[in-house]
Write a protein that binds this ligand. Structure first.
Ligand SMILES: [Zn+2]
Length: 129
């Protein structure tokens, strides 16, 4: 591992709650209506300071998707997942986009989001409702 060069964002920034690496800005939020197994998750157009893991097929609420876990480059923790492909036509808009799990993030106003227990889905799930 060499020295890490983290990209700095400007605006309303969502950052990694562990290491404060900038991950995404609120302008890039596509939807806040996503869920992960720990509660809320947001869909972003793009994210920075993340690396993408191995692609796998995952069954979401809205059907089968090819996704990869994404990791914060600052601390290595999983912060969400990326949609590589959606099998359902209606879900194609997600392709190439990034879901960040809200409880892994520090919000633009420094807020934290704590895990709630209203998440009843078993796995990591996405919902475009
Ligand atoms: Zn981090």
């Amino acid at each position: 591992m060499g020295r890490l060069f983290l990209i700095s964002l400007e605006g309303k920034i969502y950052s990694c709650k562990h290491c404060q690496a900038h991950l995404a800005v609120s302008d890039d939020i596509v939807s806040k209506a996503f869920h992960c197994k720990h509660g809320r998750a947001y869909l972003f157009n793009k994210a920075v300071n993340v690396t993408v893991g191995i692609k796998e097929e995952r069954l979401m609420i809205t059907g089968m998707h090819t996704v990869s876990d994404i990791f914060c480059v600052g601390c290595g923790s999983i912060v969400g997942w990326k949609y590589d492909a959606a099998h359902e036509k209606a879900q194609k808009y997600k392709e190439g986009k990034i879901v960040l799990e809200r409880f892994k993030l520090t919000g633009p106003d420094g807020s934290r989001y704590w895990v709630t227990h209203d998440a009843h889905m078993g796995g990591s799930d996405a919902d475009d409702a």
